[in-house]
Design a protein around this ligand. Structure first.
Ligand code: XIL
Length: 465
């Protein structure tokens, strides 16, 4: 059994630990500004530095799908705990996971996720109660009246186990067909119980946990099309007849064949106008670099433009654990480095990346970004490398400030020409031959430092010309 807690911030809000972290972050920045004044770009004192904190400032949550078997990986847990304010179990609450045999429930893997999330002050999205997929064979084999009671029992048992712990439940998932028909998808529920199974599932869910928001969730409904029209009609009908429904989830799995629709915001808004919240529930966008970053920024801005868009969940943390890993659709690379997509999402939320973070590629679209890595290191020095990447437009020049800590000295610089400030600690590096970059293209310069293998240099923001 999991520990029961009072729900404190369903649908958004700032967790206490997030606020504490924001304060600590601001203090650290202030201290660094004293010691390395010239090196640090301007930071807004209260700008949030993580997805969860930035979303909370907009009254929203920013979540991730989580798999229980990765929670033991230190970097996975650290990234989850630092960045996200909501969690969706990726598979652990599905029917085949929690009721593999009729009437026999196993919650241990889902409990692991819920306990982790709640101990971190995160909200939990429940996913999902009634779905044709990841459905155990015994369910499909039932006759209509048995199936009806199995469905209602499943909803009741699972929601009771997590009562008070879940901010939103995907009560019914993917009940409509793709394509232009607007029809319901064939499934054991649809085929044996007819259209009414959706309404019945929502009524049972409301009776079980009246505090949880009840969502209908689907994919390919992100823009205005025949499928989203059919869902729209159902929600409108539910609202007019008083069938309990609080939210609609838009999975938002995007790739070149299924790009972010141009009417994404308008579609979210028309659902919101029916009197339900809308949530982006399984966001991932295949691609890389600036193009992917632009898409992520657009999705976040679409949600922020719709008052009733209460939160965004990305469908995984690092690319390597994505269900579509070959499309690298997430915000963190395989080593948990923040991708340009991360910066675009954070900056669309009004947050600011930490300028001291060497993994941080900076804010894209702002002309150029600078990323630092230590290429080699030895007892008394190192070779540093700064990669410059143009934003969404081509550039013809760039400059970056690199600050060493005394007594470190720069011995040589290649693929860039330095000028020095009076202290001799700060070099401003401009191109030697490599000033012109196409949109999204990169170059790099390097330098050798003696007088100490640490600390690494402070690399300021890239300025394009
Ligand atoms: C996916 C998971 O990410 C995979 O690990 C699993 O093998 C299949 O399901 N729509 C949904 C999610 O509602 O539950 C699916 O998750 C992705 C599509």
């Amino acid at each position: 059994m999991i520990r029961k807690r009072t729900r404190t911030r369903a649908g958004g809000g700032t967790p206490a630990h997030g606020r504490l972290r924001a304060v600590l972050g601001a203090t650290t920045t202030a201290l660094l500004t004293v010691t390395a004044l010239a090196a640090l770009p301007q930071t807004t004192a209260h700008a949030a530095g993580t997805l969860g904190a930035a979303a909370a400032e907009k009254g929203r949550y920013f979540g991730a799908a989580v798999a229980a078997n990765h929670l033991g990986e230190a970097q996975y847990a650290a990234t989850l705990n630092r960045e996200f304010s909501s969690v969706t179990p990726e598979n652990e609450m599905k029917w085949d996971a929690v009721e593999p045999n009729r009437g026999s429930f196993s919650f241990s893997r889902a409990d692991q996720i819920v306990n982790h999330a709640r101990s971190q002050g995160m909200d939990v999205r429940g996913h999902t109660l009634v779905w044709h997929s990841q459905l155990p064979g015994w369910v499909s084999g039932l006759g209509a009246s048995d199936l009806r009671s199995a469905m209602n029992n499943h909803i009741t048992q699972v929601m009771t186990h997590y009562k008070g712990e879940i901010h939103s439940w995907d009560v019914v998932n993917e009940a409509f067909q793709d394509g232009g028909s607007g029809a319901r998808r064939s499934s054991p529920f649809q085929d044996k119980l007819g259209n009414g199974f959706i309404e019945e599932a929502f009524r049972t869910a409301r009776a079980t946990d009246p505090a949880a928001k009840l969502c209908y969730n689907d994919y390919n409904t992100d823009g205005v099309n025949a499928k989203s029209n059919a869902v729209y009609d159902m929600v409108k009908d539910f609202k007019s007849r008083g069938v309990p429904i609080d939210c609609v989830g838009f999975q938002s799995h995007f790739n070149p064949n299924s790009p972010v629709p141009s009417d994404y915001r308008a579609n979210l808004q028309r659902f919101a106008d029916l009197g339900v919240d809308v949530q982006i529930t399984e966001l991932d966008i295949e691609g890389s670099g600036q193009a992917q970053a632009t898409n992520y920024g657009n999705v976040v801005r679409a949600c922020l433009a719709v008052t009733r868009c209460t939160g965004i969940t990305v469908w995984g943390i690092p690319d390597k654990y994505s269900w579509r890993s070959s499309g690298t659709p997430l915000l963190f690379d395989d080593n948990y480095n923040k991708k340009p997509a991360y910066d675009a999402a954070l900056s669309a939320l009004g947050g600011t990346t930490d300028p001291d973070d060497p993994d941080d590629p900076g804010t894209p679209g702002a002309g150029c970004t600078a990323t630092y890595t230590t290429a080699e290191q030895w007892g008394s020095g190192y070779n540093g490398k700064v990669t410059i990447t143009a934003g969404s437009s081509p550039i013809t020049g760039w400059s970056v400030d690199v600050t060493m800590t005394s007594p470190q000295k720069v011995l040589s610089v290649w693929n860039g020409s330095p000028t020095w400030d009076n202290s001799g600690n700060v070099m401003t590096v401009r191109p030697s031959w490599n000033g012109s970059l196409a949109a999204g293209a990169s170059t790099s310069f390097g330098f050798t430092v003696s007088g100490g293998a640490s600390p690494p240099p402070q690399v300021g923001a890239c300025t394009a010309s």
